[in-house]
Design a protein around this ligand. Structure first.
Ligand SMILES: Nc1ncnc2c1ncn2[C@@H]1O[C@H](COP(=O)(O)OP(=O)(O)OP(=O)(O)O)[C@@H](O)[C@H]1O
Ligand SMILES: [Mg+2]
Length: 374
């Protein structure tokens, strides 16, 4: 388990703070310079990293290679004050208190939707945070009293790994459900560590499923059939983590869900390929699943030190409006470390900026669902 506070996450990522680039009107972003250096996100731990070891703090200075990068130079020009010289001002304290109050709205339990919400998390672009989002939203929802199932539909099995679920070749998996008509109930297992959280794991066999599905009857609807034949109403949320493609596995996920959540990485090229995804959604809607809607977009890996991230975020908000969650997920070393411990960041380092942001995003998701159903 980690022992350092969130403030040390800046290590190796440069020390510049780019609060100027944070999206406006955003509850999770501090206007102060006392957030974490990596994110600009205001942490709940007092002192913006107080208690970090001097050695790490010293070593978090910009490495030469990064100082040479154009993005870092630009960020430095736009960073009037370094976090490392910022005192914990009353305003910063108030901002943290506000964040604590808004994070999960201070509730232990979030409202359950009237019916199970089946949400597919897809973007055919690789590495944009689909799995990280699936796992951490699921963990947050489960930690607030909701029953959650994660369906790992990616042959890489990253969601299974991150949830600490065994998924070697002999484990009954979603492959058996899609290809061998095995009931979903046979393969669902409880995640260790987090009550209320379950997983339908993926094994390497799933890599062959794209091809094997082609010759199957109702090849696009096999996941939906499996979900329909399962007592999914015992869950409040089913989150389906997709592979980075628009093949039959992703199509099965789109046919099996009512909602699509698209994670968008705050990087150049982020929007490329989105048109293709939306066209696929339209095709699925018109032929296979008329109730499918893009209900949620989540901006991931936001780096507050770059103008580029803010520009991408602005562009996405302009284009998609309210569908975009107010919460933005910052780049966070803790988020990327957690899977190697078979954990979500919610348990690996609950006070880290990444965990706080995912908790906030999950809270938004839960409350939006509850409000819409009223
Ligand atoms: N907020 C974040 N901060 C830092 N690293 C992150 C963050 N989110 C994701 N990552 C890292 O980025 C990489 C890609 O994330 P992830 O696996 O969630 O993307 P993906 O879209 O599921 O990828 P794939 O398309 O391969 O399935 C991983 O190494 C992950 O740990
Ligand atoms: Mg993935």
């Amino acid at each position: 388990m980690p022992t350092e506070t969130d403030g040390t996450e800046s290590s190796g990522q440069g020390g510049a703070e780019g609060g100027a680039g944070a999206p406006s009107g955003h509850a999770s972003w501090g206007a102060t310079t006392s957030g974490t250096a990596e994110t600009g996100y205001v942490p709940t731990t007092a002192g913006g990293g107080a208690g970090t070891s001097p050695g790490r703090r010293g070593s978090s200075r910009r490495p030469a290679a990064q100082a040479d990068s154009e993005l870092v130079r630009e960020a430095l020009q736009n960073a009037p004050v370094s976090r490392e010289t910022s005192p914990a001002t009353p305003v910063a304290e108030a901002a943290r208190a506000a964040l604590r109050a808004t994070s999960g709205r201070g509730e232990q339990q979030w409202p359950a939707p009237p019916d199970c919400r089946v949400i597919t998390i897809a973007n055919q672009k690789g590495g944009v945070g689909k799995t990280t989002t699936s796992v951490n939203l699921a963990a947050s929802l489960a930690m607030h009293g909701l029953q959650v199932l994660v369906v790992d539909l990616d042959p890489q099995g990253n969601a299974s790994t991150a949830l600490g679920i065994d998924h070697h070749a002999d484990v009954p998996s979603i492959y058996d459900v899609l290809i061998e008509d095995r009931p979903l109930a046979d393969i669902v297992v409880a995640a260790p560590d987090i009550p209320n959280l379950y997983c339908a794991p993926a094994t390497l066999h799933l890599a062959g499923a794209e091809i094997e599905l082609v010759s199957k009857v109702a090849r696009e609807s096999r996941l939906r059939r499996a979900l329909d034949g399962y007592d999914k109403e015992r869950f409040d949320y089913v989150l389906i983590d997709c592979p980075p493609s628009l093949g039959l596995l992703t199509v099965n996920a789109l046919v099996g869900a009512e909602e699509l959540l698209i994670p968008i990485q705050c990087e150049y090229y982020a929007l490329e390929g989105l048109g293709q995804l939306l066209r696929t959604v339209d095709l699925v809607k018109s032929h296979l699943n008329p109730i499918l809607e893009v209900t949620t977009i989540l901006l991931t890996m936001y780096d507050a030190r770059t103008r580029l991230a803010a520009q991408v975020a602005d562009e996405v908000r302009e284009h998609f409006g309210n569908v975009v969650l107010g919460t933005v997920i910052p780049r966070s070393v803790r988020v990327s470390e957690a899977p190697s411990y078979g954990q979500s960041v919610m348990t690996y380092d609950p006070g880290s900026s990444g965990a706080l942001a995912y908790s906030e995003a999950a809270s938004e998701l839960a409350h939006r669902g509850a409000e819409e159903s009223r």
